[in-house]
Design a protein around this ligand. Sequence first.
Ligand code: ADP
Length: 268
Amino acid sequence: MADVTDGGGVDPACSGITLAMPPARESPDGAGPAPAVVARGLVKEYRRGNEVVRALDGVDLDVARGSSVAVVGPSGSGKSTLLHLISALDRPTSGQVTIAGRTVADAGDDELSDLRRDEVGFVFQFFNLLPTLSAWENVALPSVFAGERLSRLRPRAVELLERVGMGHRVEHRPAELSGGQLQRVAIARALLRSPSIVVADEPTGNLDTAAGDQVLDLLASLVHDGATLVMVTHSAEAAARAQRVVQIRDGRVAADDLTPGDLAALGD
Ligand code: ADP
């Protein structure tokens, strides 16, 4: 349920807002829009002293535009590593990731950071907002890093804050906001540059049940409006809200399309 007690729920008047998602590109074979993300044969190895840890061991994953995917699995199974690779935060040891038709392996460091900034919206468990900035300034920040003037970004930031039910808190600083409100500001920030994909690492992990439900409602409504979402979560309830659930185990895809019953059996 949307939060109505503090006026902070998703504003119904804004629910029809255009998120200005990028136009769908055709896939090379002409078979409709290309997926937002294509991962093929992903292997990621980390070196720990003399030991090599294989965190991912041959993962294939397509994420359709306008869809939501939850990634679940035990601790240490490779979920965060997968999220980092499909958001261009890191490069695979082998295999390929394509985001919005751009291949990560071909990108130089600068190109990779541009790709991240322009095509990926990030939502973190601990929000990662700057304490000295107001809500709207935090939302605007990714475009400031892209060279735009802060003052010019206010209308877009306020529009996005209204979209996430935070139109009444645009001048507040993080210390003046609740956990659920902080996460809604962070989600607005993730949308600023109309990314091809929003990645969320445990977005409800630091929230109580009610605030977590509101954040899940919001994420679902964004997907309904055309956003693409990949979320790593330990919560069966959060995963059950996604259109598709992928289970990772020992660095591999153990199951795709788990049902709510499967999720209940996995537990939190
Ligand atoms: P999950 O998100 O499912 O908990 P991770 O992707 O964080 O799993 O980790 C998968 C495996 O890779 C674990 O064995 C973890 O210890 C290892 N790992 C992750 N990041 C690093 C790193 N930077 N250096 C060394 N090992 C790492």
